[in-house]
Design a protein around this ligand. Structure first.
Ligand code: GUN
Length: 287
C-alpha cells in the first residue's frame, strides 16, 4: 500500500492561520506587532529565496518584517555591530541571521551575540542548553516543524526507534533532543548516523521513524526502509534543475506508512515555526 503523503504545505497553512489570529489578538490587546529582522549577507541565490519566502510568510500573518541586506565583503566586526544594534532595538523581537555566512565570517562568533530572547532560530548556546535540559524557550524551526508533522500522523512514537541521518547543529542534533524528550517530544529511542557510521543501512532498516538530513540526493532507498516506517525528508538538492530530497520518494512511498514530499514537505513547516517563534518572542519581550 502506498504511504500517506504528509502535506507540509497544507499543515503549514493551518498553523499560519492560527498564528495570524494570535498576532491580531496580541495587537488588539497590547498594540504590539511582532517584528522579525532577517540579516542576509552576500548574494547566495538560494539564501535570498529562503529569506524572501520567510518575509512573505511574515507579512501574510501580520508580522512586521525587515531585511538587512549586506554585501559579501562585510567584515565580521561590521556584522557584529549590526547584530548588537538589533539586540538593543526594542522594536525588534526576532533576529534571524541567514546561514551560511561568507567564509571569512565566523558563524559561531555571530550567533553567540544574538540576544537569546530574540533568537528565533534557537541557535544561541543558551537556547540549545535549555532544549537539552528539556525546558525550551524556542525550538529550532526545522526540528519543530518535523515534530509537528510526526504528530500529525497520530502514530504512537513512545519507545519507537527514530534514526536521524546527519549530525548538523541546525537539524540532526536538536532533532535528536526533541525525539528523546518525554512530554514535549516523542519519547523515542534515537540513533544519529553520520558519514563515519558503520552498518548504516542496517541501522536505518531498523527505524520506525527516519529523518534524512544529509544533503545527498535520493540517498535513502526502498530497500533501507522498514515497512510501515515514517519517513521525513529534510534534503533539498538541485539535480539537473530539479529539486530532489535525500529520499528516493517514488520507491520509498511504497514501503513507508507516511512520507514527506520535496518540495512541499518540511520547508513550509520550517517557515511556519519561524512565525510561531517570532510571535513567542514578541510575547516574551513585551510581557
Ligand atoms: N540556513 C538554512 N537553514 C536555516 C535556518 O533554519 N535558519 C537560518 N538562519 N539559516 C538557515
Amino acid at each position: 500500500m502506498s504511504a500517506e503523503i504528509i502535506d507540509g504545505k497544507a499543515l503549514a497553512a493551518t498553523f499560519r492561520e492560527q498564528i495570524a489570529q494570535e498576532v491580531a489578538e496580541l495587537k488588539s490587546a497590547t498594540q504590539v506587532v511582532p517584528h522579525l529582522t532577517a540579516v542576509l549577507v552576500g548574494d547566495d541565490p538560494a539564501s535570498a529565496v529562503y529569506v524572501r519566502n520567510k518575509q512573505r510568510a511574515c507579512e501574510k500573518a501580520g508580522i512586521e518584517s525587515t531585511l538587512k541586506r549586506l554585501p559579501a565583503e562585510t567584515t565580521e566586526a561590521e556584522l557584529l555591530t549590526l547584530v548588537k544594534e538589533l539586540n538593543a532595538d526594542p522594536g525588534v523581537h526576532g533576529i534571524l541571521v541567514q546561514l551560511p555566512l561568507p567564509k571569512h565570517i565566523n558563524e559561531t562568533a555571530i550567533l553567540d551575540v544574538v540576544d537569546p530572547l530574540k533568537d528565533v532560530d534557537a541557535f544561541h548556546p543558551e537556547n540549545v542548553g535549555l532544549i537539552v535540559q528539556g525546558r525550551p524557550r524556542y525550538l529550532p524551526c526545522t526540528p519543530y516543524g518535523i515534530q509537528q508533522m510526526i504528530l500529525s500522523t497520530k502514530m504512537e512514537t513512545a519507545g519507537k526507534h527514530a534514526v536521524i541521518l546527519g549530525r548538523s547543529e541546525i537539524v540532526g542534533k536538536p532533532m535528536a533532543m526533541l525525539l528523546i524528550q518525554r512530554g514535549m517530544g516523542a519519547d523515542a529511542t534515537v540513533t544519529i548516523c553520520h558519514s563515519r557510521t558503520q552498518n548504516l543501512k542496517e541501522i536505518v532498516k531498523s527505524a520506525d521513524i527516519i529523518i534524512a538530513a544529509i544533503g545527498q540526493p535520493e540517498f535513502v532507498t526502498a530497500d533501507m526502509v522498514k515497512p510501515g516506517a515514517i519517513v521525513i525528508d529534510v534534503g533539498i538538492n538541485r539535480v539537473d534543475d530539479k529539486l530532489v530530497g535525500d529520499v528516493e520518494f517514488e520507491g520509498v512511498k511504497e514501503v513507508a506508512s507516511a512520507i514527506t514530499p520535496v518540495p512541499g514537505g518540511v520547508g513550509p513547516m520550517t517557515i511556519a515555526m519561524l512565525l510561531k517563534n517570532t510571535l513567542t518572542a514578541a510575547r516574551i519581550l513585551s510581557g
